[in-house]
Every structure is written in C-alpha cells, then in structure tokens.
Write a protein that binds this ligand. Structure first.
Ligand SMILES: [Zn+2]
Length: 316
C-alpha cells in the first residue's frame, strides 16, 4: 500500500497537466508534466496528448510504473461517471466521448473520469483547505461560478450527474439571461462574465448578446474596486451579496461543515470579497447553523489531486 501511486490528470480547455501522486497522510506530488490541449485537432489527438503527458510525468517523477494503480482524469464538463463518458464539454467541443478505454489500452491501468470542479472540491477536501471536514461545498468564482459537493468524503453526483451547479441556482425568477439559457441564475449576476457585461453596458461598449462580452481582467477589477469607482463598487457588492445569499440557501439545505471558496476572482481579491460574502450569508442562514468558510489552498493542483484521490476511491 505504501508504495501505491495514483496519477491525477487535469484536462483543461487550454492545457493538460498530469502528476503521479502518493496519497498518504500528506500529499506528495512526485512529478509534473504539461502540454497544450489541441481540442481543434479532434479527441483522438487530445487522447494521445493525455497519454504523452502521463508518460512524461512518470519519467519526470523517476518512479517505477509497477506501483501505479490507476489514473483519474478531471474533464471540463458533465461526465457520466458510471459509464466513463464525457457527456458534454463545451470548451472542448465534445459530446458523448469515451476516452478511458483508449488510455487504458495504452497504459494497462484503470482510468476513471469525473467533472473537474467536483474533483477540485475533492482535492481540497482530502488535502487542501477542508482537510478536516467530511461534508464540503466548493465554490469556484471565475468567469462563471462552478460548484461541487463532497458529502461524507465522496463526490455527490446526483441522479444524472448534474449536482453542484451552484452558479445556476436561481436568485430571481425573471432575472437576467444566463449562458445556460435560463434566467436569473447566480452566475448571470455574479460571474465575471456578468460583471464584465454590466461594466461594458454601463460604458456603452457592447453588442448586448449574452456570453459575447469581452472579459475584464482580474487586475483591472481589483484596481477599479480599490480606487472606489462607484459603479464597480456597486457591481462587486451586489455580486458578493448574491453569492452570500446563495450560500445561505446551500447551508440551510445541506449543513456542510466547510465551504471552500476558490477560482480566479477569489485568488485575486480574497481579502476584499470573502468578508462581504460571509456577511451577506450570515444574514440568511439559520440562526442555529454554523459553517466554516475557507480559501482554496491547492491552486493549479486541486483538480489533479482530486483526480488521484478519486482514482483511489474507485480502485478500492
Ligand atoms: Zn444559468
């Protein structure tokens, strides 16, 4: 057992990262490899590149591949974890793609897939900010707002694997149009794309099509907010308020021990944003409820760490 190694892979829209991991009391990342995701060349090219990245990471770690028990892969989209099928990955242009068999054939070890956000939360739950909690909700605030649930130490997928979509919880019944096609989702107010939309609309520089706005840079948002720009202050306060209200519903529904906040917005403005979110949340949670809010710790390694943990859970 002590020598068992699991490989975690983060298949992103722009890059593939892989690391062999030793998953003891502490996490040991034994090696690293990274390659671009050439999604335009078709899924078979991407599969070849995943295999290449895994092999490079094994070489980089200088380990005996006999000790590798399984591979876990985090994919950017909905995954049928029972049949190992990527149902829909808009960033890659994939629908109903099965990649594990091709990789298993080449490497001769089992390969398991799951959604990248779910795995990021699992990574944080096992080795990151929430390592002392069994019940964890993860919220990743970036361009959109991703979420994942780890309940009793396991990812909660739901009936057809769509659980955890915190960004699409409804906060206004006939609210703004969301990228998902519905109205009034949290993301359509607080996602960075929505903040950018409002900013450009306010400054009259937009074609007003949802999802077609230029994205503001995190640095620009941070600076404008720090300079007390009145409109940016309003946008940020409103976004934090909406996230806090949504988290209050999450706490009232699930009573998790820990909520982990991560993603580009939090990485850039944790000190400014987290207190605003907590204060909005506290106004709406049950008076008897209690929850810890933590900042994600694993950064770029959260997904591949969770992928390794997931591969181990599926193997044992
Ligand atoms: Zn939505």
């Amino acid at each position: 057992m002590g020598k068992d190694i699991y490989i975690g892979v983060d298949l992103g829209g722009t890059k593939i990262m892989a690391s062999p991991l030793r998953l003891g009391r502490n996490l040991k990342i034994l090696g690293k490899a990274k390659n671009p995701t050439r999604s335009k060349s078709g899924y078979k090219t991407v599969v070849k590149d995943i295999i290449l990245t895994i092999k490079q990471s094994i070489e980089n770690a200088k380990i005996n591949s006999r000790h590798i028990k399984a591979v876990g892969i985090g994919a950017p989209g909905a995954v049928d974890v029972k049949r190992n099928i990527i149902l829909k990955a808009p960033n890659l242009g994939w629908e109903n793609i099965k990649i594990n068999k091709l990789i298993e054939k080449e490497l001769n070890i089992p390969v398991y897939l799951d959604n990248d956000v779910n795995l990021g939360v699992l990574g944080e739950q096992q080795y990151g900010a929430a390592r002392n909690s069994k019940d964890v909700v993860g919220v990743f605030w970036g361009t959109g707002i991703g979420g994942g649930l780890v309940l009793n130490g396991k990812i909660y997928h739901g009936y057809i694997f769509t659980a955890g979509e915190i960004g699409h919880m409804v906060i206004s019944s006939d609210g703004k149009l969301c990228n998902c096609g519905n109205r009034g989702c949290l993301e359509s107010y607080a996602g960075k794309w929505a903040i950018s939309r409002d900013w450009f609309e306010y400054h009259n520089k937009t074609d007003k099509k949802p999802g077609k706005y230029a994205l503001l840079k995190s640095k620009m948002i941070k600076k404008t907010f720090a300079d007390n720009d009145p409109f940016m202050t309003e946008l940020i306060n409103n976004a934090c308020n909406m996230i806090g209200i949504t988290l209050a519903s999450v706490v009232n529904l699930l009573n998790p021990q820990t909520i982990v906040l991560g993603g580009g917005m939090i990485e850039s403005m944790n000190e400014e944003l987290t207190p605003l979110i907590i204060s909005a949340m506290n106004q709406h949670i049950f008076k008897s409820a209690k929850v810890e809010i933590k900042t994600a710790e694993l950064g770029d390694f959260s997904v591949l760490t969770g992928a390794g943990v997931y591969a181990r859970q599926r193997t044992n």
